[in-house]
Write a protein that binds this ligand. Structure first.
Ligand code: KE4
Length: 424
């Protein structure tokens, strides 16, 4: 019996579904999730010694690849100085400066410990600043698991087909409105219905939680002008896109200026970090400089700051060019494999995040994503895993390419895809 199987059986007695986050349980794709013993570069190795080329990338943080020597060395030095102080350290302002230097709209930053904390805090701030209650999110958008966002959410919520979650009270959900990606009229209708009461629109500049989609060119500018027209704050959820799709995040790629932004993943280099930031006049409303309360025991943790600094400081133009080159090679290879196997599918990509949808495309919103063939995706996933390629275990997730995915890794991935698709 595989050690992963026995580990899963044991873990399932101690933790719901045997996992610390639902999508890891392979509930939709089936089979036993490999329990990972180690990871290096673009690969992960499970407890039975099976090595996989990895496209989960810890769901985004591992943009330089796993166990990058510079990050490992920085952490080894830092850990000798202690793991947490509960007091300020110079590292927090250093990482804040790196973010402010890179992201044009961000004048001030507050660190938290997850993307969920970042988005829930940003929405609290937006409601306080505008003295309004309503927020607009999008069907298929995922902003973490705070109550206000678990309405028609993407990612794991979509994977399990639970449009909303039990335990989210009517009160918590009553001020959340859901619009449709690439449909400005659906946003206008909410602004008309809730005239003068919309605090914020929250959107991923590149949705990556219903699979990856790139908006129509007029969509983000349209959101910006609607927010300006109605005195509403535009919040870019860059937890996934931040420092991945561009050195200056999604706002720099699309040249749209949000009022607030949220971050996570890459800025922690694999350690638990989130952050929110934006205009100084808004951020100064956050306690203790202002009345909006938000706090965290481990916020600004020295190890997480160290890993984040080591990551951002290595993300230079050469790395971004490499990420683009390698990701484009993967996309072309997958598209070629689909054509050769005469299997209907489309690859949608922005930078080093992409999704292969078994759909005749384009996938422009959540309804389209749900119409993709997720059973075929599950069979594809299983075939790829058996050939040593570990994709994210859901058709609603982004695949992440890292700087460590060299030509050998890309060619192995494409050749495995060619074999699996031919068998479908
Ligand atoms: P966390 O609370 O999981 O750190 O971040 C929540 C979040 C917020 N905003 C965006 C755009 C996100 O993508 C996420 C988290 N992403 C998922 C991957 N689709 C996390 C994976 C998981 O839930 O296990």
């Amino acid at each position: 019996m595989s050690s992963s199987l026995s580990l899963m059986e044991h873990a399932s007695q101690l933790m719901p579904g045997g996992v610390s986050s639902p999508v890891r349980a392979f509930k939709v794709v089936g089979g036993v999730p490999p329990f990972i013993a180690s990871a290096s570069g673009c690969t992960m190795t499970d407890v039975d010694g099976n090595t996989y080329i990895d496209y989960i990338g810890s769901w985004g943080p591992m943009i330089l690849g796993h166990a990058h020597p510079d990050i490992t060395a920085a952490l080894q030095d830092a850990v000798r100085n202690g793991t947490s102080f509960g007091a300020s350290s110079p590292l927090e302002a250093e990482l804040a400066q790196e973010i402010v230097d890179r992201v044009p709209s961000v004048e001030m930053v507050r660190f938290v410990n997850s993307g969920t904390e970042a988005t829930m805090s940003a929405i609290r701030l937006a409601r306080a600043a505008t003295k309004r209650d309503v927020i607009i999110k999008f069907a298929g958008g995922y902003h973490g698991h705070a109550d206000a966002f678990l309405i028609q959410a993407g990612s794991g919520v979509a994977t399990f087909g639970a449009p909303d979650s039990p335990g989210v009270t009517k009160g918590a959900a009553q001020d959340t409105r859901v619009a449709r990606f690439n449909d400005l009229d659906s946003v206008r209708a909410i602004f008309d219905q809730d005239k003068g009461n919309v605090a914020a629109v929250i959107v991923e500049p590149v949705p990556g939680n219903m699979g990856v989609l790139r908006f129509d060119d007029d969509f983000l500018p349209g959101l910006r002008s609607l927010c300006d027209e109605h005195g509403t704050l535009l919040v870019f959820d860059e937890v996934m896109t931040g420092f991945r799709v561009h050195r200056g995040c999604g706002e720099s790629l699309f040249e749209i200026t949000p009022d607030l932004s949220t971050f996570g993943k890459v800025i922690g280099g694999g350690l638990p970090v989130g952050a929110y930031g934006g205009r100084a006049d808004l951020m100064r409303m956050i306690s203790p400089s202002g009345p909006v309360y938000q706090a965290g025991t481990l916020s600004g943790n020295p190890l997480a700051m160290t890993a984040g600094l080591a990551t951002l400081r290595r993300l230079d133009d050469e790395v971004y060019n490499l990420l683009e080159t390698q990701s484009a090679k993967l996309q072309a290879g997958l598209e070629n494999a689909l054509r050769n196997a005469s299997v209907t599918g489309i690859v949608q990509r922005v930078g080093s995040m992409l999704t292969l949808f078994f759909h005749d495309g384009p996938v422009r919103n959540f309804e389209d994503a749900k119409r993709a063939d997720h059973d075929v995706f599950s069979r594809f996933f299983t075939g790829m895993l058996s050939r040593g390629i570990h994709l994210p275990p859901s058709g609603y997730e982004a695949w992440f390419v890292s700087a460590a995915h060299d030509d050998v890794a890309i060619e192995k991935t494409v050749s495995a895809a060619r074999e699996v698709l031919k068998e479908m």
